[in-house]
Ligand binder design. Structure first.
Ligand code: FES
Length: 406
């Protein structure tokens, strides 16, 4: 059993240009086998797996599950070694180094779902997308036959490419396009977010001057009324004015009357606080010296003004005395008259008669006339005090103040 060369050894041999690249075995240039190796057909069309590597690396159909990354790498290494064995009968006896080289470079290109027979995992898709985005040469080389690059570019520019869901993506170009679109969306969102505050700030700055300009508002003039309507309005205004004036006048009258009543009531209350003052004549009167009066004489000088007579007589108790008799009838208050011829006081009202002493003797008068107080002043004149009275029926005529001895 011969030892299988490793990848490093194969690469080393390819660089040195040793037996791996004989001029007869590989008439085509180096790039052509590489381009064909990238395509999935050579791997898928491997007719029969070599006996030794097939035993080492199981296929997905044998396992019944998709290959892991390690298994894929091992399969790639095994395939690199097995291909020369398969190519042996077809070409020259020495193993052609070109096909192993192509098989070694094949793992650099992400595996497509076709050779594995299963959908690509997320890691594989990302690796394929990176390789597709970075190294466009292998990707461009592969679809050259199916999709020309010149025709794709205008289509992409014209309309966005419709991509399948991420789980169903098999083409690395689709993944690269998805990444590119995602990045573009992010940039667009960032630009929109940055432009939003600026757009919001602009209207605010522009709104301020608009507010200032809105301040001076012009008031439109009222539309002119038709003549009939204007007349009706004027009539209504006049009626309202008259009613209002009447109401206002009545209110004014009421308030004026109320104010006058209040003032009058206040004045009455103030007047009530002060007593009435009567202008009465003095109660004491000087009537002159006692020697001025003759015996058995009745002086009527003071009757009209002061309401009393000054009498000098000896007929009451035999003594010559002076006294003052009130000129008021004791019946109903009429003023009696002195009748010198009859030597009596006669009441004109009901005919009562009184002696010169004042004692009643006829008519309805029930009692004698009353005396006023009499005294002598310092100058010897007689003073009559009307504030004090003396009644004969009460025995008061005996009081020394009721007479003066002559
Ligand atoms: Fe003098 Fe009647 S009033 S008698």
């Amino acid at each position: 059993m011969t030892k299988r060369p490793s990848v490093k050894e194969i690469l080393e041999m390819a660089r040195k240009g040793g037996p791996a690249q004989p001029a007869e075995a590989s008439p085509a240039p180096v790039e052509e086998p590489a381009t064909e190796a990238v395509a999935p057909e050579p791997v898928a069309e491997a007719p029969a797996p070599p006996p030794a590597p097939a035993a080492d690396v199981p296929t997905p159909s044998q396992l019944g599950r998709p290959l892991t990354l390690k298994e894929k790498l091992a399969a790639a290494r095994a395939g690199g070694a097995a291909v020369p064995a398969a190519a042996k009968p077809a070409a020259a006896p020495p193993p052609p180094p070109a096909e192993p080289a192509a098989e070694v470079e094949a793992p650099a290109v992400p595996p497509s779902p076709a050779p594995t027979g299963r959908p690509l995992t997320l890691k594989e898709k990302l690796a394929a997308a990176r390789s597709g985005a970075a190294g466009a040469a292998p990707a461009a080389a592969k679809p050259a036959a199916t999709r020309p690059a010149a025709s794709v570019a205008p289509a992409a520019k014209a309309a966005p490419r419709v991509l399948p869901p991420l789980e169903k993506m098999t083409d690395p170009k689709d993944l690269a396009e998805a990444l590119r679109q995602t990045a573009a969306k992010k940039e667009k969102a960032t630009a929109t977010a940055e432009a939003k505050p600026a757009a919001e700030a602009k209207p605010t700055a522009e709104a301020k001057p608009a507010k200032k300009e809105a301040k001076p508002q012009t008031v439109l003039p009222k539309p002119a009324r038709p003549p009939a309507e204007a007349e009706a309005v004027a009539r209504t205004d006049r009626r309202g004015f008259l009613i209002g004036s009447l109401f206002v006048s009545w209110v004014a009258v009421a308030w004026t009357a109320f104010t006058v009543g209040c003032v009058a009531f206040t004045q009455m209350m103030i007047r009530f606080m002060f007593p009435n003052v009567l202008a009465e004549p003095p109660s004491t009167i000087k009537v002159g010296l006692p020697s001025n009066f003759e015996p058995e004489e009745v002086s009527e000088r003071f009757k009209a003004e002061w309401g009393f007579w000054i009498v000098r007589s000896t007929r009451y108790n035999g003594h010559d005395i002076l006294y003052a008799l009130q000129s008021v009838c004791t019946h109903l208050g009429c003023p009696p008259n002195w009748l010198a011829g009859e030597q009596k006081f006669k009441c004109p009202c009901h005919g009562s008669g009184f002696y010169i002493s004042g004692v009643n003797f006829e008519g309805p008068a029930p009692r004698p006339l009353e005396r006023f107080k009499v005294t002598l002043a310092d100058d010897g004149q007689i003073i009559v005090d009307k504030s004090q009275k003396f009644q004969q029926e009460l025995g008061q005529w005996a009081d020394p103040d009721s007479f003066i001895s002559a």
